[in-house]
Design a protein around this ligand. Structure first.
Ligand code: NAP
Length: 341
């Protein structure tokens, strides 16, 4: 084991779109393993849209990352040193909020727990499809949107980690699913491989006109990851008793501009529709059930997932910049340990 930890820290807060010079790679000596805790050699870290909110001055639903602090992110790692071998056995593999670094120390009283990766599960699946992304898609669709067979479900950021799973889970409930995504390649993927009935490229097509064609009776469920103008456009096409699930508003993350006003809220009233914010953290009690269902669908091929792998911790900052250009299919992850599989 190295005696140094390489990590990516926040050097300055972004003004407008995030740039790579907001981050800096530093090395520091590793100290002792925390009493009763363990040290993980980090294998993978996630490039998650929510990181953009955490590096702002005001943070988001969690405290902001401080200047000079390691960038907070999802991740996974292997125990390489332990002060409690029964609780954290050497060689044990865990998902954790590891942050963008090579070693992550775990203390027994950490607020954010680490979770063992079950035998036979791909680590990268444990972080994503069987981790927070999958839980978000599953719980957002089944507990909040509750689509009925034959209903029309519209998913924005349809080719994202969450969106691609949410659309497939809605389809497994018997709904007809339409996506909205930012490139033709993404649209082709969700239609040809994931079984969506249609997909609108919001950068090149008239979303409102295309929705009239694809959802002539209106949108029963809008699972929204984007917010802003796109949300406002879809509100006009909401069906009677429709549901809008506010899962994310990624269009507002990478900018200092305030979110544009919603001008079409009155359509919710006229059509007796409702709009509901949702955070996976509130649904902890259902995680076991969600895990079993997602693992079953993965095993029998009902659920397709994809990730794009960026090699090397030093590329985590450019991967975050890339996330907001939106050219990846599925989930963006960084391989920190070159031997990780
Ligand atoms: N509520 C919860 O508990 C919860 C938990 C996890 C994640 N989320 C939310 O779920 C959403 C998807 O997360 P993820 O990790 O699956 O994302 P992801 O795979 O990293 O994909 C993000 C996608 O967002 C789109 N995007 C980026 N900038 C945009 C902009 N300015 N306008 C419109 N679209 C933009 C891009 O797709 P296009 O090419 O299609 O634009 C990009 O590929 C996010 O909104 C996230 O905040 C919510």
């Amino acid at each position: 084991m190295s005696s140094l930890n390489r990590k990516v820290v926040l050097r300055s807060r972004p003004h407008g779109a995030v740039t790579t010079d907001c981050f800096e790679m530093v090395e520091e000596p590793l100290g002792a393993v925390p009493p009763g805790g363990a040290r993980l050699r980090v294998q993978w870290v996630g490039i998650d849209p929510t990181i953009r909110g955490w590096i702002n001055e005001r943070g988001s639903y969690m405290a902001p990352v401080g200047i000079g602090e390691v960038v907070r992110s999802s991740g996974s790692g292997v125990v390489v040193a332990t002060d409690d071998p029964e609780r954290y056995p050497l060689g044990g593999v865990y998902t954790a909020m590891s942050g963008w670094q090579e070693y992550h120390d775990v203390a027994p009283d950490d607020v954010l727990p680490i979770t063992p990766v079950p035998d036979g599960v791909r680590v990268i699946d444990a972080m994503n499809t069987l981790g927070q992304l999958g839980m978000t898609a599953f719980l957002g669709i089944l507990d909040v949107a509750k689509p009925q067979p034959g209903e029309t479900v519209l998913v924005s950021s349809a080719a994202s980690g969450v969106g691609s799973l949410a659309g497939q889970i809605a389809r497994l409930q018997g709904a007809r699913v339409i996506g909205i995504a930012g490139t033709d390649r993404k649209c082709r993927w969700v239609v040809d491989e994931l079984g969506f009935e249609g997909c609108i490229n919001y950068r090149t097509e008239d979303v409102s006109a295309r929705l009239k064609e694809l959802a002539p009776n209106g949108v029963d469920v809008f699972f929204d990851n984007v917010g802003g103008e796109l949300l406002d456009t879809v509100l006009r096409r909401i069906a009677t008793r429709g549901r809008v699930v506010l899962c994310g508003d990624v269009s507002t993350y990478d900018t200092d501009e305030p979110a544009p006003p919603l001008r079409n809220l009155r359509y919710l009233m006229g059509r007796r529709a409702r709009m509901e914010g949702f955070n996976t953290l509130d649904h902890w009690a259902r995680l076991g059930e969600a895990y079993d269902a997602l693992a079953g669908w993965l095993a029998d091929g009902s659920l397709i997932r994809r990730e794009e792998i960026v090699e090397g911790l030093e590329h985590a900052p450019d991967a975050l910049v890339r996330l907001f250009r939106g050219d990846h299919l599925g989930k963006l992850v960084v391989r920190v340990d070159k031997d990780a599989r």
